[in-house]
Design a protein around this ligand. Structure first.
Ligand SMILES: [Zn+2]
Length: 187
């Protein structure tokens, strides 16, 4: 109750403005609604990187095409954090992530464990993993990412990725799902 009384004034004003804007929008004749800021022709993604502690939220596709600067930000975000190497990520992977989040109805950022891996990093992981890391991993082509989505069960994430029919690996003991845009296969 005390907190509520101390709620800062600007928030209240913003709320009032929002309601005002909604009321104004409702009064606008129908054709003008096509210019509403609530665009459906946009695809956004947001991420949190557990290794670098970085966050990214960006619209990577708008008005029928990919947004180049946004792709650049995503490529940098999903870089090999061990070497700093950047590779353009396959846009089909971004669309896959967008579709997974849409199907789950989530607006949470994907928590990323691994995106792009340089051949050097992958070779190192292969030698350490005792068979757990593939030599020709799709991570080395910018076609795979290991992640989880806060607020969603890992099994739900796997189920949705499988339903979209892509490469899906399930690692409940490490709390992540591997998704890639290579051939359809599950493990
Ligand atoms: Zn992986």
């Amino acid at each position: 109750m005390t907190l509520r009384r101390h709620e800062p004034q600007p928030l209240g004003r913003r709320r009032a403005l929002k309601i005002g804007a909604a009321a104004a929008l409702a009064a606008v004749p129908l054709p003008a609604l096509a210019h509403s800021p609530r665009r459906v022709d946009e695809r956004a993604l947001s991420f949190y990187n557990l290794h670098t502690d970085e966050r990214l939220s960006t619209v990577y596709w708008a008005r029928g095409g990919y947004v180049r600067p946004a792709l650049g930000r995503i490529n940098h975000f999903l870089r090999d954090f061990r070497t700093g190497d950047v590779l353009p990520m396959d846009v089909r992977l971004l669309d896959l992530l967008h579709e997974i989040r849409r199907r789950l109805g989530s607006d949470q950022p994907f928590h990323v464990i691994s995106g792009y891996r340089s051949p050097k990093t992958n070779a190192m992981l292969v030698s350490l993993s005792n068979g757990g890391v593939a030599k020709n991993s799709f991570h080395t082509c910018g076609m795979a990412v290991d992640l989880f989505l806060p607020g969603e069960r890992l099994s739900a994430l796997r189920r949705v990725a499988v339903a979209v029919r892509r490469g899906v690996g399930y690692y409940p003991e490490s709390n992540f799902v591997h998704v890639d845009v290579g051939p359809v296969r599950y493990w």
